[in-house]
Design a protein around this ligand. Structure first.
Ligand code: ATP
Ligand code: LTN
Length: 331
């Protein structure tokens, strides 16, 4: 029996090369050896105000980007969270078990509440409970998440504990984090102290998967690098350069040491020019495939529908068991 892996991406902003390197590229490798479910977290996106048309378009766009980046809709179950209503239903049950104190401690909540002072809604607060429902519905063994989501995964494990304390064991599997080999964290291009984030207000901070060649070149060439001239990987003293080297390494498949040797005696500018070319060439076929896919919404709809149907069969099984366990009458 293959182990089950589940992960999702909030449908906000534009997928970046950070998401690609830190998440989707790993997912692609996992699809061969695991039973994988990947979903578009459209319900999570609503914790921040979304223009309805933009959210709709973006959901298709993210899905097309997943496919264009090589996620296979046959090998994996790929779907939109809101298409499987069991997510919201299980969330309610789990919300009734989760003490507010635990949610109060969530770093992401604190950060987002500070950032969106005018819209500190309850969904922002209960966001991690929905995430727990996403994971537990599918009895996931492993969840590939970045550092920023670790705390939410820990909370998911706590929630399993609350459930078992009240109702006994055997309903949910206890999920673990899956740490990819190349668990690289890509940093912002202008501010290498913070991570590259797709919802960054300044679009110079990230390269989006669907940026055109000109944009990619401009963004990489204007990336902040540190004083000094030697091309060596040094996260502490040369975070900007090191970040570019990480990206270079992942896209080229060359090790950091090989890059240091290749660029010995060369200038930062050389590396930037080559890196820009590399990223452009790497993303060119992705973008072409993306453009093709986006021309055919009916096809995307059909695939989303199939994905949701496959996901729902599993979700229903878990939710039925939960409803029975907590004492809800089943007709
Ligand atoms: P947001 O800015 O909307 O919070 P994000 O760019 O941080 O978005 P998420 O939707 O939170 O992206 O994450 C999707 C996946 O991509 C997660 O597995 C996350 O850990 C990974 N990821 C996000 N940003 C990076 C990054 N800079 N480097 C590596 N992995 C990343
Ligand atoms: N909160 C996550 C996206 C997400 C997720 C999940 C990831 C929603 N539900 C379940 C893994 C498992 C994020 O912002 N990266």
């Amino acid at each position: 029996m293959k182990k089950t892996i589940l992960s999702g991406s909030t449908v906000t902003g534009d997928l970046t090369i950070g998401n690609y390197i830190g998440a989707i590229n790993n997912w692609k490798k996992l699809q061969e050896d695991y039973d994988c479910l990947y979903f578009l977290a459209d319900l999570h996106a609503l914790t921040v105000f979304q223009d309805p048309q933009v959210l709709r378009d973006r959901t298709y766009s993210f899905f097309a980007q997943y496919l264009a980046l090589g996620l296979d809709p046959e090998k994996n179950i790929i779907f939109a969270q809101s298409h499987v209503h069991e997510h919201a239903e299980l969330m309610w049950i789990l919300t009734c078990l989760t003490p507010m104190g635990f949610l109060n401690r969530m770093t992401q909540f604190k950060e987002k509440a500070e950032k969106h002072v005018k819209n500190v809604n309850s969904g922002l607060f209960t966001y991690p409970v929905l995430m727990a429902a996403d994971i537990l519905l599918y009895q996931a063994d492993l969840v590939p998440v970045g550092e920023d989501q670790r705390q939410h995964l820990e909370l998911t494990r706590d929630i399993v504990g609350f459930f078992e304390h009240r109702y006994g064991a055997g309903v949910f599997k206890l999920p673990d984090a899956h740490v990819g080999k190349q668990g690289a964290r890509v940093m912002s291009l202008q501010d290498p102290e913070k991570k590259m984030s797709k919802s960054d207000d300044n679009d110079k901070n990230f390269v989006s998967i669907i940026d055109d060649a000109k944009k990619i070149e401009k963004k990489i060439k204007s990336a902040t690098t540190d004083s000094g001239s030697e091309i060596t990987f040094d996260l502490e003293n040369k975070p900007g350069l090191s970040n570019l080297m990480t990206i270079y390494s992942v896209f080229s498949g060359k090790s950091i040491q090989a890059l240091e040797a290749e660029y010995a005696g060369k200038m930062y500018g050389h590396l930037k020019v080559d890196l820009a070319d590399l990223v452009v060439e790497h993303l060119r076929p992705v973008r072409e495939r993306y453009v093709e896919l986006m021309k055919n919404r009916d096809y995307l709809d059909e695939l989303l529908k199939k994905g949701a149907a496959r996901a729902q069969v599993r979700a229903r099984g878990t939710l039925d068991q939960v409803y029975k366990t907590v004492g809800l009458v089943r007709s």
